[in-house]
Write a protein that binds this ligand. Structure first.
Ligand code: ADP
Ligand code: MG
Length: 241
């Protein structure tokens, strides 16, 4: 439905308000513009509360917009019904969380197989693909371990293998190294970079870590719901914490 070469994200004057039970409304995104190209590895930085997670949730279609335009891969998101949004997300996106979000009673390979089974792929083919994706994150030898038997870094690698099992155009990662030590976190960043550059998958990563941002192709810095700075090199001291 979408031509490969067109796959990119363009947000123009994006506005997101949340209505509170009190009747008040919080204006979280206040006219945000950005452009992301297919295959880019992009960092989103900014102070806590600046709207980073809200932006990622909108781009990944978990949240709807209040105003402006968001075009993902040539598709205007606000033109899709909620059912079409779900299908669109399943076909194009995968999400990685700070908390890994693995299913704790499933082994590594079972966690990676799950999205394949949900897509209706046969058990044998799902098994073969899941092994392939676990190999890609260098975890073949841990395939039969439960999450609790794996280190944080290994759990995040399983989550990345599971993301790959969606065969996504875009991977969203909201602070994927937030629960990891610096050295392990950097290994995850390098893995995401390699995935982006060798597989042509767009990776959009929220991070507070300047060193992590230095590994990306482009950095967007948010403040009060807007992009205040875009950098493609030389990530400086104005960024978050
Ligand atoms: P960040 O990820 O940059 O820390 P968020 O996008 O999570 O920021 O949140 C930005 C602001 O939006 C915060 O002030 C937060 O309290 C508010 N917010 C986020 N989600 C909701 C919601 N569902 N309802 C009301 N306010 C929200
Ligand atoms: Mg956040």
């Amino acid at each position: 439905m979408v031509e490969e070469s067109k796959f990119a994200i363009v947000a123009k004057d994006l506005v997101k308000n949340f209505d509170l039970p009190s009747g008040d409304s919080v204006n979280v995104l206040t006219g945000l513009d950005l452009e992301i190209y297919q295959g880019e590895f992009v960092a989103i930085m900014g102070p806590s509360g600046s709207g980073k997670s809200t932006l990622v949730n909108i781009l990944s279609t978990l949240e709807t917009i209040t105003g402006g335009d968001v075009n993902v891969g040539g598709v205007q998101l606000d033109s899709l019904s909620s059912n079409d949004l779900l299908n669109f997300r399943r076909a194009h996106s995968a999400i990685i969380f700070q908390s890994f979000a693995l299913i704790d009673y499933l082994t590594a390979i079972e966690n990676v197989k799950l999205p394949l089974i949900v897509r209706g792929i046969s058990q044998d083919e799902a098994e073969a693909k899941a092994l392939h994706f676990l190999e890609a994150v260098d975890l073949y030898s841990r395939k039969d371990h439960l999450p609790e038997e794996l280190s944080g870094g290994e759990q995040q690698r399983v989550a990345i293998a599971r993301a790959l099992a969606h065969e996504p155009k875009i991977i969203y990662a909201d602070e994927p190294t937030g629960n990891l030590d610096a050295v392990t976190g950097m290994k995850i960043i390098h893995l995401l970079k390699e995935i982006s550059h060798s597989m042509g998958i767009t990776v959009i990563m929220v991070t507070h870590d300047h060193k992590a941002a230095m590994e990306t192709d482009r950095v967007y810095i948010l403040q009060e719901g807007k992009v205040i700075k875009e950098k493609s090199e030389e990530i400086g001291e104005r960024t978050s914490k």
